[in-house]
Ligand binder design. Structure first.
Ligand code: NCD
Length: 300
């Protein structure tokens, strides 16, 4: 009933969810309103910054006829600032809401939360751990473009060590059947062994030779907030910058994704290229989160 890791849904459940997201997308385009969350209250508690994830979840709840109670700056305005434990905060939210969407800097926060929660907990990002709902919308976007996952080559670029989106998205794409992943990063920012163990994943540092082979280029930002010093961050910032020159090496039928926010890793001039799918990807997050909320709340 919770969704704190990409592993919490089997590939067939993920595909079911995508079918529902597809229906929801069509219904919204026809101007229909939905009411499957009518009378339900969802708590969104964010202890780290967010734009897309929180707004798209809140929009998803309202578009399903539910209502939201929110703490967008939980670290400062919530009782954890007075020393309250995550478990106690979750117990309290159980008194007031029907589901909890939580972002927290502590990797362990979602597992602590589900120990004490009788209502669904959705992980909206736990430190550099995971971001499983981002993985769902990323995979949904890939499926929208290509129809299936078999035979696809993915290039994932940037801070693969600290970036939580890639810790969920890449294993999910592998589970759904993609053929090859080029993990493009400086050695210090490479994935850990668990992901590299998959024989389909190839760690490399330079992207020049592989750009023409990619179906999906998944860009990420260097996660400044996870570095101990500014100097160390500066060392990696600017290492991979996608401009028109790099894009011109890519297949016409490929797509460029990014969980956003971007800093400097994709030049704005790329935005007008037909392969730039990152804003569309963010839009799809609404439909996928609506489908996820429905699936978690339909039998509680
Ligand atoms: C990401 C995150 O918070 O992990 N943003 C998002 O939710 N779309 C990516 C990032 O911050 O780099």
């Amino acid at each position: 009933m919770h969704y704190i890791s990409y592993q919490d849904k089997t590939p067939s459940k993920v595909l079911e969810l995508f079918q529902r997201a597809e229906q929801i997308k069509a219904l919204l385009h026809e101007g229909k309103s939905l009411s499957s969350l009518s009378g339900r209250i969802i708590a969104t508690v964010f202890f780290e910054p967010s734009t897309r994830t929180r707004f798209s979840f809140e929009s998803a709840v309202y578009r399903l006829g539910g209502q939201v109670i929110t703490s967008e700056n939980g670290k400062v305005t919530g009782s954890t600032s007075k020393g309250e434990s995550i478990e106690d905060t979750i117990r309290m939210l159980n008194c007031y809401a029907d589901a909890i969407v939580m972002r927290h800097p502590d990797i362990e926060a979602p597992s602590s939360a589900i120990q004490v929660s009788d209502i669904p907990v959705i992980n909206a990002g736990n430190g550099s751990g995971e971001h499983p709902t981002q993985a769902l919308l990323d995979a949904y976007t890939v499926r929208e473009k290509f129809g299936s996952f078999e035979g696809l080559t993915i290039g994932v670029v940037g801070d693969l060590k600290h970036g939580r989106t890639v810790h969920s998205t890449i294993p999910l794409l592998l589970q759904l059947g993609v053929s090859r992943v080029f993990a493009i990063a400086p050695q210090e920012l490479q994935f850990d062994q668990t992901i590299l163990l998959d024989p389909r994943v190839h760690p490399i540092e330079s992207w020049d030779e592989v750009l023409p082979e990619l179906d999906v280029l998944y860009m990420t930002r260097i996660q400044q907030e996870r570095f101990e010093t500014k100097e160390r961050y500066e060392k990696f910032k600017g290492r991979y910058i996608l401009g028109l020159k790099e894009v011109s090496l890519m297949k016409q039928e490929s797509i460029i994704l990014h969980p956003l926010p971007r800093v400097n890793e994709i030049s704005p001039e790329v935005d007008n290229d037909q392969r730039a799918w990152y804003f569309r990807q963010a839009q799809y997050g609404l439909y996928v989160r609506m489908a996820l909320l429905e699936s978690l709340l339909s039998n509680v």
